[in-house]
Design a protein. Sequence first.
Length: 384
Amino acid sequence: MHQYPQRPRPDDQQFYEETPPAPPALPVPSAPRSRRRAGIGAVLALALLLGGGGFAAWKLDWFSGDGEAVSFGKAAPSPVAEDKGPSRSPAAKPSGDPDVLMPTGPRSGFKQTTRLDDGTVIAKTRLAGAKSGFEGDVWVWAPKEYDDPRYAKSGFPVLIALPGGNGFPANYWSDRSLGLQKAISEGVQAGTSLPFVVIMPVLNPDNRYYYDGADIPGQPRMGTWIAEDVPDFARANFRTYKSRDGWAFMGSSSGAFVGMKTVLQYPDRFKAVIASGGEIVPDSPLWKGHQAEMDANNPEKLAAKLIDAKGPEVYINFQIGTKETGKERMTKFQQQFGKGPVKTTIRDIQNGEHNGWHYVRGMKEGSLEWISKVLKAPRPDTTG
């Protein structure tokens, strides 16, 4: 595996265009942030790819079609140009599993940003959050199985993938160089991963602060955006499951914290999270003067509350590279709160550093299989 350069923590960030017309410049450092604020820096992969002989790759087939309209799911209702929030009209009824929810609509208008080697595409749309009031970009990817006629009446598990760093204006998991979507596809073929629909929203409303994926008083309601608007968007556009058995998060760095926090906040909606290289407690500077609200977004307090309530069960898989710091806080959390309904595991990524390539490697080495065992698989129609 190539050793991509990584800028020193805590100042590294990721800024890049989805389809840049020329090799992008390296990001410019910003003011120091906490350790969790370190971004993965997917732009560095693009810079390397476009340097030297790699520039020829810019003309390869996987860039063809970028910017073109994309639709997902041949069995879904006809798309409309823009998402105006979740529809309240009755959804089409699938046969078989009563847990399956067909797309509720209205459908969003998607534009391709990347084509993968297996013919699947990553696409982007603009979402105006009906509940949060925040408007931002969302990237999506569906596996090949999603358009397979055998699965036309089946739901699919949803994996909401959250970035680190500023998480604005892009979500670096939509960059094919990190290999998240490829890892899932290869896992499906190997029988070690479910065919997840991957939803990749922006994490923050701007580059100025980090918002802990929460509704901090007086700030954009990013907690509602992540926990309500983004799942509503997924239900509007994809065949999903009504129960929490089809809903999970994965995230790195700051996105790991938000994913874990959201699962603990809403265990009735989400079941599991792969949390890579993240913090355990909220630390946005915007919490000053709002202790009660910060406590309501503290995974330690949320886990204790869930243990006292005796469920429902949630599953947290920490990932940590052996070349980065942070395992101590994960171990402490596991020792204190990894009991009763809070199921925790820690995966060591040998020679792993604080970057997305190594976290995807950890997912291929076992974390994808782990999360696939606790979530619901799509069911093919065998009657035809």
